[in-house]
Design a protein around this ligand. Structure first.
Ligand code: SF4
Length: 285
């Protein structure tokens, strides 16, 4: 497995640890370890930087530097297991590919890395505990669905209609929202599997009760769970965090139709929360 050297570490008051890992060619990626009472989670990167231009994301500002190899992806998990001496067979351990990069634009390496993580003679991570999050690369979602061993699918939805999504995620001009919903509906789910839809809430942009009702309509009939993530402020990005009342009102509407949770922000004081990973901001935010 590829050697990843830890070049910096930031520890949050809530226990979250963000690590900067140096790759052999001198580039760096980030992994975030999130210990909780009942489980541990590691959020890993699949690329150095990202080519997808989500307007709320700090990583987008880096552009894409390169894909990670399967060894470099799986190596981030290996490192966390070793460092914290985790017994992943005894205690729930989740791997989420939600760090830097669009995992579906590096799908071959992601699938190879997933197999390494699941390997019973190796890391033995439970297959149902590995997931990836995509901005919605439609043909790659279909390809993922055909893979024999694959991570679970999470989709970064973030909008309730096409025009709004184009503003937040310009990639939607190419991969349209209605087509995205179609491939999600057709996605071959395993027993008890659901698709996780993440919804970053941006004040005054996508957070109204009308948006909540439209999200319910988009996902109607799907085995779906919704995770609401109130926007985490990041320097140089012109969005604001909605009030707790707005987030709760949105959740109430969605929850009446399907499981809907608010994701607790973790590691906000060390820029480890969603959308805050970015190398060049290190030490400055
Ligand atoms: S949210 Fe994910 S896909 Fe979008 S720019 Fe950031 S890293 Fe890339």
């Amino acid at each position: 497995m590829s050697e990843l050297r830890e070049s910096a570490r930031f520890e949050s008051a809530d226990g979250t640890v963000r690590m900067l890992l140096a790759l052999q060619d001198g580039k760096q990626v980030e992994s975030v370890f999130i210990p909780e009472k009942m489980r541990d989670t590691v959020c890993i990167s699949s690329q150095v930087g990202c080519a997808v231009d989500c307007q709320f994301c700090m990583t987008a500002k880096m552009g894409l530097e390169r894909n990670l190899s399967s060894q470099e992806i799986a190596g981030q998990v290996r490192r966390v297991i070793d460092l914290w001496k985790l017994d992943v067979k005894e205690r729930p351990f989740n791997v989420v590919m939600m760090g830097q990069g669009e995992p579906l634009l590096n799908l071959d390496a992601v699938l190879e890395a997933t197999a390494m993580m699941m390997d019973q003679k190796g890391m033995s991570v439970a297959p149902r505990r590995i997931s990836l999050s995509t901005s919605g690369i439609i043909p790659k979602i279909e390809e993922l669905g055909r893979a024999e061993k694959r991570p679970r699918l999470a989709v970064s939805l973030n909008a309730s209609h096409q025009e709004q999504r184009e503003r937040i995620m310009p990639i939607t001009k190419k991969w349209r929202l209605d087509d995205l919903m179609r491939v999600c509906r057709d996605f071959p789910l395993k027993r008890s599997e659901r698709i996780l839809f993440e919804y970053v809430m941006l004040d005054g942009v996508n957070d109204t009760v009308e948006d909540a009702h439209r999200v319910v309509e988009l996902l109607r009939g799907m085995e779906a769970t919704v995770n609401l993530i109130a926007w985490n402020a990041a320097p140089g990005i012109d969005f604001a965090r909605p009030s707790d009342e707005k987030v709760s009102a949105f959740q109430e509407i969605v929850q009446a139709a399907l499981p809907c949770y608010q994701r607790k922000p973790r590691g906000r004081d060390i820029s480890a929360a969603c959308g805050q990973l970015k190398l060049v901001a290190l030490g400055k935010n």
